[in-house]
Design a protein around this ligand. Structure first.
Ligand SMILES: [Zn+2]
Length: 127
């Protein structure tokens, strides 16, 4: 990666951290939420990308209400997936499981990245 790409990536990452820190806490947005798990996997050109399948356990007591997932392609610039709107809408509605996909809008060199993130949320609520 060239120096500019590296700096862009560093800036993008700290911008994301700042947005997450500045956002309301997940607990304040969805008070009934008790546990949350995300299954994530990336696809490129219709094929799953080896090594991108992962599970994220969200620490509900501390989590930000922003759901921004960085693109898994280390050469991608300005990419990533913002699932915040979709996730908060579903969680506020009390949905226990929902899924979807998001296409990365970043660039790899001169080309669009177009990696796709498949995500599945599983949530538990206090009754
Ligand atoms: Zn990307």
């Amino acid at each position: 990666m060239n120096l500019r790409g590296w700096q862009n990536r560093r800036t993008a990452r700290s911008d994301r951290w700042k947005r997450e820190n500045d956002a309301p806490r997940l607990r304040d947005e969805v008070p009934q939420l008790e546990a949350l798990r995300l299954n994530l996997e990336e696809f490129s050109g219709g094929h799953r990308v080896v090594g991108t399948s992962r599970i994220q356990h969200v620490v509900v007591a501390q989590a930000s209400s922003r759901f921004e997932i960085p693109c898994g392609d280390s050469k991608c610039e300005d990419g990533g997936h913002d699932l915040t709107r979709e996730a908060l809408q579903q969680l506020r509605a009390g949905r226990e499981a929902f899924n979807g996909s998001s296409v990365c809008s970043g660039r790899v060199g001169e080309r669009p990245c177009e990696r796709t993130l498949e995500y599945a949320f599983q949530a538990k609520y206090q009754r």
